[in-house]
Design a protein around this ligand. Structure first.
Ligand code: PAF
Length: 281
């Protein structure tokens, strides 16, 4: 596995492979890798000749500078994990390499990017589209892999690929959870032992709500989740939205769509955690 820090060097490596007809899988990450990322990389390795993993904490997608400063940076450990997963290249550029000048491009995919995270993190998805589109232009992958934990991000990237247009297959991969249900996230490392225990209530509530939903209306189920989180020790609900899985627009009745997902964001202390559950698919 090669660690590459410049666009020029990465392009030189990949041009030859592309000319030789090799398929290229890209797994964009911000590092601080865990088993969730490993599952994306392993799938990419199984489905492509060569896999590139980008490891770059993208400053333009952070609307909170404190969050950016606190984002864990663990390149050495990331490389060890990626080598074990079979990645061929780790692309870990500097901020100056990616943004030699400010990126003034604006991406707007309303209403996909104006709801949920878009409402609470203004500019976040614009930053995500800036970096992901740059990575797509640099790597020109055959396929790119994203986790379904960031459900809204995946929907927006699919839309960006459709509209740009990029000839890239976007592969969405299921959420990976700890044995006790907590969705894996790089932010989990910022939870202390007590918060880690409190955060469990998020996935537990979502799983129980799926059961509850069998015999209750959508509105009752939504209130069930909100009440459970509101009453949970150490948690503060930012939002829980039940949406159509394609349009991300709110649905109010189970009959409204064949694909219904509940998306939640909760603060555990100052750590912002997201999760989701598919009620219908
Ligand atoms: O999901 C993430 O980790 C990031 O948003 C991504 C897609 C790597 C872009 O920086």
């Amino acid at each position: 596995m090669k660690l590459i820090q410049t666009i020029k060097e990465l392009r030189a490596e990949l041009d030859g492979l592309r000319k030789a007809g090799k398929t290229i899988g890209l797994v964009p990450t911000m590092g601080a890798l865990h088993a969730g990322h490993a599952s994306l990389v392993k799938r990419a390795v199984a489905e492509n000749d060569v896999v590139v993993v980008s490891d770059f904490v993208n400053p333009t997608q952070f609307n909170d500078q404190n969050d950016l400063l606190k984002y864990p940076r663990t390149l050495d450990a990331d490389c060890a994990l990626l080598e074990a997963c079979g990645a061929a290249y780790v692309f870990a550029p500097s901020v100056e390499e990616i943004y030699p000048e400010p990126d003034t491009r604006r991406f707007s995919y309303a209403p996909l990017d104006t709801v949920m995270e878009g409402k609470y993190r203004p500019g976040h998805f614009n930053g995500v589209c800036q970096i992901v589109s740059k990575l797509f232009l640099i790597v020109e992958p055959t396929r790119a892999y994203f986790g379904e934990k960031d459900f809204q991000q995946l929907a927006i990237i699919r839309e960006m690929v459709r509209r740009y247009p990029f000839a890239i297959e976007i592969v969405g991969c299921p959420i990976v959870r700890e044995a006790d249900g907590l969705a894996l996230s790089s932010r989990n490392t910022r939870l202390n032992a007590e918060q880690r225990q409190q955060a469990l209530q998020i996935s537990k509530t979502l799983f129980e709500s799926k059961e509850y939903a069998r015999t209750h209306t959508l509105e009752e189920t939504r209130r069930y989740v909100e009440n459970r989180i509101d009453n949970a020790e150490g948690l503060r609900l930012e939002y829980f939205e039940v949406v159509d899985g394609n349009t991300l627009q709110t649905v109010t009745q189970w009959e409204d769509s064949a694909y219904i997902v509940g998306c939640i964001t909760v603060f555990c202390g100052e750590v912002r955690l997201i999760d989701n559950i598919k009620y219908k698919e």
